[in-house]
Design a protein. Structure first.
Length: 470
RNA sequence: GCCCGGGUGACAGAGCGGCCAAUGUGACGGACUGCAGAUCCGUUUCCUGGGGGUUCAACUCCCUCCCCGGGCACCA
């Protein structure tokens, strides 16, 4: 069954057909590290991490590139009002970003491309656009003339004449049309800058992405991801830059956009006072719970974030974790012989595998995929009441682990294996002491002997019991 | 104003031209149980924004209206 991907460009679910066989080039707009990582970032990057994981599961070799916008207006603004060097800000927030991504099991990115590492490529692209008469320079700035590109608006459906110039941002008077956007911005006092044919300055926001992807992937690639609010103007500008420059259309074959993260039914904004930084959320909830929360809705739907919603996600996910533990413990030390419910469980596992893939093939329907896992979990619990053998448990666990790897869930329980050794040994020592007090030496010796078998020696010293690991 | 997206049970949230409208949470009852927890079974009156149309059949397709969210040129 073919994978179907919803393509914003065509507003349809399309069969996923790559450019180069099993190779997939994928790019996702990364962050501008000028402030804390917020929940919207988390949702977006969990989404595309899942996309890359599933593609790899399907056998594709995914080259996933994400940019880091390490020079940009908001970053400069932050630098100017904090008095800190922009590079320090970048270092601080990118470190936080990486830590947060790790907590969310976001691991699929192969390469982070930093905007400032691509200044020569950016300048080359701008020069190319100027040479073609598509871009024009005005005292040190370079603008893209939107009227020169007839595909403008094809991604977002925007109609140039209908737009309201300056609805949110003041229009630069030097632009030929309010629709034009900056490719290069001249340096203002105190700002970071690089040499260019137009004088010292820095790149506009949109150009780094095309400089990076054209350099790494060439004039066309498979998937571009991002959140919906980037669709216009950012992604529209990318198309305009790349297609005008290279002539290859479409620049990106599949445009994927994730729904917004809302808070109380509104977009999250510092100014609305509903801003949630991920590190703060991680103090209240495990990263995997957060990840589960995001994947528990379709990636294109907006999600309303709330503490109640998170509490529910936590309880819900816990149900799966409980079943996971039941299963993994039985897989280690369950009964050997065939058991009553083995066949039923095997059938359920096979059915779940099929349904899971059908759900994921349908434009990465993680909500449906998770429902499949819940159904399997119920079956697992029912089967265990009837009796399941060790090997059937192992087969089932194997499948659950595959689901977990695709969705980036169950990673912690899986790694966990055993409870913390020290604490466990302390408890055994305590129980043995209780037994010795009762002069129940059969039990106390049993504990000591069994521990010795697994390499733990107990010594009754004057000051108390000592344990040693061999 | 224009361009997108959406309105489904107490709540969250899928799906599909007909087959029980998933799944989870919550609530209630029962089973199991030394306690606790988990689990299982059942219930939570047939819930698809309004109106029209197409069709043997619409929550699903079309039109229209209402409501909500996003974008409109420097937001993941």
């Amino acid at each position: 069954m073919p994978l179907k991907v919803y393509n914003t460009l065509t507003r349809k679910k399309e069969d996923f057909v790559t450019m180069h066989g099993r190779r997939v080039n994928m790019f996702v707009c990364g962050i501008t590290p000028y402030d804390h990582v917020h929940m919207g970032h988390a949702k977006t990057y969990v989404t595309f991490d899942m996309v890359a994981r599933y593609l790899r599961h399907k056998g594709y070799r995914v080259f996933y590139v994400q940019n880091v916008t390490d020079v940009e207006d908001r970053l400069i603004a932050r630098m100017l009002d904090s008095g800190r060097d922009w590079r320090d800000l970048v270092a601080e927030f990118i470190t936080e970003y990486m830590a947060v991504m790790e907590a969310l099991n976001v691991t699929a990115v192969n390469h982070f491309a930093w905007a400032t590492d691509y200044i020569p490529e950016i300048i080359e692209q701008i020069k190319g656009l100027v040479k073609k008469g598509i871009a024009y320079a005005v005292d040190g700035d370079v603008f893209y003339d939107v009227t020169k590109f007839d595909g403008w608006g094809k991604l977002s459906g925007m109609i140039v004449e209908e737009l309201r110039p300056g609805a949110r941002v003041e229009v630069d008077k030097r632009k030929r049309s309010p629709a034009d956007f900056a490719l290069w911005k001249s340096q203002k006092p105190g700002e970071p800058a690089w040499d260019s044919p137009w004088g010292k300055g820095r790149p506009g926001w949109h150009i780094e992405d095309t400089a990076i992807t054209v350099s790494i992937f060439g004039p066309q690639y498979d998937i571009h991801g991002g959140a919906t609010e980037l669709m216009f103007p950012h992604h529209e500008a990318e198309i305009a830059q790349a297609e005008a420059l290279t002539g290859v259309k479409p620049f990106v074959r599949y445009w994927m956009h994730g729904g917004m993260l809302m808070i109380g039914g509104e977009e999250m904004h510092k100014s609305l006072g509903n801003f949630w930084a991920v590190p703060d959320a991680l103090k209240l909830f495990d990263g995997e719970v957060l990840r589960f929360f995001f994947l528990n809705a379709h990636y294109r739907s907006p999600i309303d974030f709330s503490l109640e919603g998170m509490e529910e996600a936590k309880r819900s996910y816990q149900r799966l974790l409980d079943t996971y533990q039941l299963l993994s413990q039985s897989a280690k030390r369950g009964s050997d012989g065939p058991m009553t419910a083995d066949a039923v469980l095997d059938t359920a596992v096979t059915a779940a595998k099929t349904k899971f893939e059908e759900a994921m093939d349908d434009d990465f329907n993680t909500r449906e995929a998770i429902a499949v896992i819940f159904a399997l979990a119920s079956q697992i619990n029912r089967s265990f009441e009837a009796g399941v053998s060790k090997t059937a448990a192992q087969r089932c666990l194997g499948q659950i682990d595959i689901f977990g790897d695709v969705l980036g869930l169950f990673q912690k329980v899986r790694r966990q294996g055993l409870v913390p050794t020290d604490a466990l040994l302390d408890i055994l020592v305590q129980i043995r002491e209780e037994a010795r007090k009762r002069k129940d030496f059969a039990v106390s010796d049993l504990i000591r002997d069994k521990l010795k078998e697994i390499g733990v020696t107990l010594e009754d010293a004057k000051e108390g019991v000592r344990w040693k690991l061999k």
